[in-house]
Design a protein around this ligand. Structure first.
Ligand code: GN1
Ligand code: MG
Length: 361
């Protein structure tokens, strides 16, 4: 903790740092809550530079995106202190601090909020649909050329699939043989994995400014009202497809289990609640090809996550935070089960989108 406390002291906080403790369930960066003697709280994050190799570029993106969001939220009569992240500068006025070879950043702590790996009701998930929809609308006006790619090819499933095959061939930890059934499940769905990227390559699905990591724990809920308030984890805001944002929210939020829970299934009540509110915010900016592929995108992103977890297992767990030895394998197996449930109920998911669109027309 010493280095973390030393890092916390480099930022312009109100008061003197008295306590630093671990926080949150993110798989990539390490997050801490910092408290001062004036009882002020802040979020400190150690950036995982294996994943985000250009921390300065990353922070330039986030600074620019949050400034843009703040102005728009103000114009719309919202509360920019609670509805977007606010960067706390270092003593030298910077967005980032290097301490003992690690990079740190700080945000104001948004008070009276909670995060969830799994939601308690479809109403809450509906509220997340509204918030993610609003976020998509907000970013719709953002100048795409100002954003750098923080992780190139993040949702490019073709590039990821090639990497997956290469890693199976190299098999650095000798784990591939024990997971042949899972590998086969992914290989047999190659065209499901690549369909959206194929459409993007020929401009049938547009590239927009998107969040790219809309899992349900990346949104803050107001403790009092239970409403989704603030979209967080802006590290992967960059050019992408809105379909992955919709799909990843459903993958993570409309599952009957968290990523760690066995036997997950898609909950269609949750799906309806999210889709209805998401579309009420975004219907007029979406292209017909996007609307047509919303339900399908949920399958694509779930398959992509199964492949990413399995790939990391093959590579010896170097990317995602793991709490025990087989954690990545467990996650991959669970994602494949969730995918099979989505495949079974795909017609109902498509039908729901069609009905919601009819309501909005
Ligand atoms: C990571 O950082 P976190 O936990 O919000 C990952 C996402 C995955 C997710 C799966 C930069 O998100 O892509 O969907 O884990 N983020 C990155 O839990 O790879
Ligand atoms: Mg996160």
């Amino acid at each position: 903790m010493d280095a973390i406390e030393a890092a916390a002291r480099q930022f312009l906080v109100d008061g003197t740092v008295t306590n630093v403790r671990r926080h949150g369930s993110g798989n990539i960066n390490s997050t801490f809550i910092v408290t001062t003697d004036k009882d002020k709280k802040y979020i400190l994050q150690k950036i995982n530079t294996n994943v985000f190799s250009k921390p300065f570029v990353l922070m330039r993106n986030i600074d620019s995106v949050t400034s843009y969001c703040r102005e728009t939220i103000k114009k719309n009569g919202g509360d920019p202190e609670r509805e977007t992240l606010n960067i706390v500068k270092t003593q030298e006025g910077k967005n980032l601090m290097r301490v003992a070879g690690e990079y740190y950043r700080m945000y104001d702590f948004v008070t009276d909020c909670a995060v969830f790996d799994q939601l308690e009701s479809s109403e809450m998930f509906g509220s997340a649909g509204k918030a993610f929809g609003r976020f998509a609308r907000l970013l719709d006006g953002y100048p795409i050329e100002e954003l750098d790619e923080t992780i190139p090819n993040f949702h490019n499933s073709k590039v990821r699939y090639r990497g997956f095959l290469r890693d199976i061939r190299h098999d650095p930890c000798g784990r591939a043989e024990e997971i042949l059934p899972q590998i086969e499940k992914i290989k047999s769905r190659f065209f499901d994995l690549t369909r959206i990227v194929d459409y993007m390559e020929v401009d049938e699905i547009p590239v927009r400014v998107t969040h790219n990591d809309t899992k349900i724990s990346n949104i803050l809920f107001d403790k009092e009202s239970g409403d989704a308030l603030c979209v967080i984890d802006l590290d992967t805001v960059m050019p992408g497809s809105i379909l992955f944002d919709f799909g990843d929210a459903i993958r993570s939020g409309a599952s009957t289990e968290s990523e760690d829970g066995p036997n997950p299934e898609i909950d269609l009540d949750y799906f309806w609640a999210f889709a209805r509110n998401y579309l009420s915010e975004t219907y007029d900016i979406l292209k017909p090809m996007e609307i047509e592929n919303l339900a399908f995108a949920c399958r694509t992103i779930t398959l992509e996550l199964a492949m990413r977890f399995l790939d990391d297992y093959i590579n010896g767990d170097t990317y995602f935070r793991c709490d025990y030895e087989d954690h990545n394998l467990v996650r991959a197996v669970n994602q494949l089960k969730l995918l099979e449930s989505m495949e079974k109920r795909f017609d109902e998911m498509k039908w729901a989108i069609e009905q919601i669109v009819k309501e909005l027309q």
